[in-house]
Design a protein around this ligand. Structure first.
Ligand SMILES: C[S@@+](CC[C@H](N)C(=O)[O-])C[C@H]1O[C@@H](n2cnc3c(N)ncnc32)[C@H](O)[C@@H]1O
Length: 240
């Protein structure tokens, strides 16, 4: 099986957009240690997290391994504060070409993060999301952080945790008939959102989305998520 990671997909979209535009801006919401963020190559990279866990030595290594990191900007803010307080800054740098949404894993917040991202997304830009396809009930339990889940672990907990992010896809596919949305089946599910005609849609209201269970997802995974084989991301990159 091919092991495609979030940073492979993020980079492929950035490279395609750079070919067309010459310069690309990348924003990551929820950066933590910079495991993904520091690998990405883009002209401007913006990191947003209310609680970075980045050792100074890690930053130095990151600069040496990837010269893109010299232009990094870090905002120690929640996503909501970033979008409200830094709106002028985002416009000044020329908007966002690719944004990776991987902050608070509560589905309502994920919806807000995607809709705020759309306000600043350049034409031809892409929103990618992490943790859209949990593999077990335990991984899909609602919570603010993996630390919270670990204190009171659900049956079957293996330490892997995605929260109920998947419901954000269901809500957006139901409510937003102006967005093309899919999930690539790798690395816990990489969500893809761009403005455009949906390939297909869903019809749940907000309360119905809240009431959905992991069993519902198990029985309807491909349908709810518009799930695509991991490799298909290449077709979406080509189609940009
Ligand atoms: C799963 S980690 C991110 C991992 C990282 N994107 C990667 O791929 O290596 C989630 C991060 O989201 C941050 N976070 C929590 N609430 C947030 C919020 N409201 N806005 C932005 N980030 C948030 C947490 O502090 C945490 O560092």
């Amino acid at each position: 099986m091919i092991d495609i990671k979030r940073y492979d997909i993020i980079q492929a979209f950035l490279d395609k957009i750079k070919q067309k535009k010459g310069k690309v801006n990348y924003v990551e919401i929820g950066v933590q240690t910079g495991f993904c963020f520091f690998k990405i190559k883009a002209d401007k990279k913006v990191a947003v997290d209310p609680n970075f866990i980045i050792k100074p030595t890690k930053k130095i290594k990151a600069y040496l391994n990837n010269f893109s990191n010299f232009n990094n900007v870090f905002f120690e803010l929640t996503s909501d504060d970033f979008f409200s307080q830094k709106a002028d800054y985002i416009k000044e740098i020329g908007g966002i070409d690719v944004i990776f949404v991987d902050g608070l894993h509560m589905h309502e917040q994920v919806v807000v993060d995607v809709e705020n991202s759309l306000r600043f997304l350049n034409e031809g830009g892409v929103i990618l999301m992490h943790d859209c396809n949990p593999a077990s009930y335990a991984a899909s339990v609602r919570g603010y952080s993996p630390m919270e889940i670990r204190k009171n672990p659900p049956p079957g907990w293996t330490g892997e945790w995605n929260g109920d992010t998947w419901k954000a896809l269901v809500e957006l596919r139901s409510r937003r008939k102006d967005l093309k949305i899919a999930v690539f089946d790798c690395d816990y599910g990489i969500g893809y959102v761009v403005p455009g005609k949906p390939e297909n849609g869903l019809d749940f209201n907000v309360e119905e989305v809240k009431a959905l269970t992991y069993d519902n997802l198990e029985q309807n995974r491909e349908h709810y998520l518009n799930l695509k084989e991991a490799n298909k991301y290449k077709e979406y990159v080509s189609a940009l």
